[in-house]
Structure formats: structure tokens, C-alpha cells
Design a protein around this ligand. Structure first.
Ligand code: ZN
Length: 386
């Protein structure tokens, strides 16, 4: 997983607000005038109040919702904090507890299971569902009680989202605007898998894209964030549809960080491999992902590897690794020194390390460039392993 530059988002704030603010306002005003206004089941108040300060629409809140970061939303607005917490409790609740304890390196005892469920409920706590939690005092004891608690919260969240959907709904984003957003982001390779190009092009009339616009927090659960710019992650179709839709598990948020040194690709020689295997003579090795860290970070890294099937899919890139191993061997230090001398004799500038890497491997090996070329993180890790 590759980090995305948040300025991809911030540079298009003005244009996005110009396009979208009035659309939301229209939905809000229609809902205000509705003879049967939607009610937030958690608070008993009208859903329109989520968007208000006093009794008028809060323009700053609306702008924050559309273009602010999630921490902007949760630190400034108590209702947004409660909403996101409530959605989080529901969305991530379908975990398999044994598997989660394994990822954390904890024993599968009843005590640890209860502690895990308690920590989970504390992490996603909100005064919105204190009443529901109080009605399920034994929620931590087993899966059945825990599911009954989260199902009850989900039932109210579904009703709330029906009301919110009249004001904020992804279907309100014009198709042309969706293409423009992705074009302005300039992301060239899927940040989740770093394997597929996602391409913008102009068909003679308007910009189009081959990418999917993934909602990091899925719009089906986090309806209120369905038009939030910082919730949009351009990704390849496979990562967005086949992998991501299926699961509600916590993964790295690409605008915060990528794998970097916490999860590294490495080649591991197969049984019977020879010296040829480490100088690019064959592909008698496996590709593995080695993760550092423990506890919560390790769990989130492992979730990303599992969700996008990275270790399995990367086995098909052994030829790329073999080629890198070969280039490392064939165009080593002596070769590079000769090349620099030749350039000097010809009166030309020496190559910088950046240019030498590009010449030698076809990658700059600069983490800033990981998003420009597929498999660049793989190349970076394998070269550093040698
Ligand atoms: Zn992908």
C-alpha cells in the first residue's frame, strides 16, 4: 500500500465546493420543508439538525464535511464524531475473534476474548448508543451477545442513513465531476496494490478515467461521508470491487501513510535454490511480505495484506524480481564507475544517484515516486534486501 499525497485533495477544494455545496443545500432545504422529516433515532432530533448551528445551516460544517480531513470533522463537531464512531462500531464488527487475537499475538482464552470486545466497544464508543449498550450489559461475553448489541446499533444507523441520504448521497455527484476529481488527483497507480495503472484520458469531449473512485469508508455505512473528498481513493477496479467490498476490516488510510518500512517485500529462496537464484538466473524463490511492529499496527498491516491478497498476487511478479537481481549483479559498482568516467570524457554531466537508479533498474527508488510506476515498492524493497 502506497501513501497518497494529501495535496491531491487540497488543491481541488475550491472547485469541488463550487460544484457540490449548492447540491447539498438544495437537499437540506427540501428536507427542512418535508411534511414528514427524518428523525435521528439515536438523539430523537431531526436529521437536518446534524447540518445546523443554532437553527440555520452551518456553512462551515458543510465545507468541512465536503473537503475537511476526518480529524477536522471529529475535532470540531461533536455530532460528526458521534456519527463516525457509530458507523465504525457497526462496520468493523463482523470480525472473527480468534483470528483477531492471533494477529495481536494474544491467547484464545475467554478472558482475552472479553477484553478484545470491551476494547473494541471502547474504541468506537459514543453517547449516541449508550442506551443500547446499557441494554446489552453482557455484550462482551460471547459472539451472540456482541452481535445482538451491534445489530441493535446497526438497525438505528440504517434508519438514520435513510434520512441522511436525502441530503448527502453519492448519487448526487455528477458523473463529469467524478472524472474531474480523479483527473485532478493525478494518481497514476492503484495505491492499494501498486500493481495496476489507473489512467486518465481525454476522449475529445471530456476527461475520463479507467480508475474506480473507492470510498475508504464505504458509502453504504458511512452515508454522511459519501461525498467527502478525503474519503475518495482512486484505485484499480480489482482492489475496489473484488477485494474491498467484501470486508469491514481496518486498514491503513492512504492519505496518512503507506507500508514503508513496516511491511517489506522480500524474496525467500526455495528449497534446492542455487547461487543462480540470487543473481537473477532463475525464479526459484517465493515473494513474502515481512511485517515489523506488534499489536494494533501489525494487525492493520496484516489486514491490508489479506484484504488485497497482496502476498498471493505478488507471486506472479517473480520475473520482475529476477530481473532486478540480474541488473544488480550485471550493472554493479564497477559498471557504474566506468559509465560515469565515460560521461566525464565526453564532457557530459555525471548521473545523480536518482538517475543512476532509473538507468539501472527502471525505478528512481524514491518513496515519493512509488505512486508513479507499478511494482516500485517491490523493487525498492528487493534492492534494499540485497
Ligand atoms: Zn489495486
Amino acid at each position: 500500500m502506497i501513501k497518497l499525497d494529501p495535496t491531491n485533495i487540497t488543491r481541488q477544494v475550491t472547485e469541488y465546493l463550487n460544484e457540490m455545496k449548492n447540491i447539498i443545500k438544495r437537499g437540506y432545504l427540501e428536507e427542512c420543508a418535508s411534511p414528514s422529516p427524518a428523525i435521528n433515532p439515536f438523539t430523537g432530533r431531526r436529521v437536518t439538525e446534524l447540518f445546523e448551528r443554532g437553527s440555520a445551516l452551518d456553512e462551515t460544517l458543510l465545507e468541512t464535511l465536503l473537503t475537511g480531513t476526518f480529524s477536522d470533522m471529529t475535532s470540531r463537531y461533536a455530532d460528526l464524531q458521534d456519527y463516525i464512531q457509530t458507523c465504525g462500531l457497526v462496520y468493523y464488527s463482523s470480525f472473527k475473534i480468534h483470528y483477531e487475537l492471533d494477529k495481536l499475538g494474544l491467547p484464545r482464552t475467554q478472558r482475552e476474548r472479553e477484553r478484545f470486545r470491551e476494547r473494541y466497544a471502547a474504541r468506537y464508543s459514543s453517547s449516541w448508543f449508550d442506551r443500547i449498550k446499557a441494554a446489552h450489559p453482557n455484550y462482551m461475553e460471547n459472539d451472540e451477545y456482541f452481535d445482538a448489541f451491534t445489530d441493535a446499533v446497526e438497525a438505528d444507523l440504517i434508519k438514520l442513513n435513510e434520512g441522511i441520504g436525502r441530503i448527502v448521497n453519492y448519487s448526487m455527484l455528477p458523473d463529469e465531476q467524478r472524472h474531474s476529481i480523479m483527473n485532478r488527483m493525478g494518481v497514476e497507480v492503484c495505491p492499494y496494490c501498486n500493481r495496476q495503472y489507473i489512467t486518465q484520458y481525454h476522449d475529445g469531449i471530456k476527461f475520463k478515467t479507467t480508475a474506480d473512485l473507492d470510498h475508504f469508508y464505504p458509502k453504504s455505512v458511512f452515508m454522511l461521508l459519501s461525498l467527502s473528498l478525503f474519503n475518495f481513493v482512486p484505485s484499480c477496479h480489482i482492489c475496489n470491487s473484488r477485494c474491498k467490498l467484501a470486508k469491514g476490516v481496518e486498514i491503513l488510510y492512504p492519505y496518512d501513510r503507506g507500508f514503508m518500512d513496516d511491511a517489506r517485500f522480500k524474496y525467500v529462496l526455495a528449497a534446492g535454490a542455487s547461487i543462480d537464484s540470487i543473481i537473477g538466473g532463475n525464479t526459484d524463490f517465493d515473494i513474502e511480505i515481512e511485517m515489523s511492529g506488534t499489536g494494533a499496527l501489525h494487525r492493520i498491516l496484516q489486514n491490508g495484506v489479506d484484504m488485497f491478497k497482496l502476498e498471493k498476487l505478488y507471486q506472479s511478479h517473480k520475473e520482475c524480481v529476477r530481473e532486478i537481481l540480474y541488473k544488480k549483479q550485471a550493472y554493479g559498482k564497477a559498471y557504474q564507475d566506468d559509465l560515469q568516467k565515460l560521461l566525464e570524457q565526453m564532457g557530459l554531466d555525471q548521473l545523480t544517484q536518482h538517475e543512476m537508479n532509473l538507468f539501472q533498474y527502471g525505478y528512481t527508488l524514491d518513496p515519493e515516486d512509488f505512486g508513479k510506476r507499478p511494482l516500485s515498492k517491490l523493487a525498492y524493497d528487493v534492492i534494499r534486501q540485497m
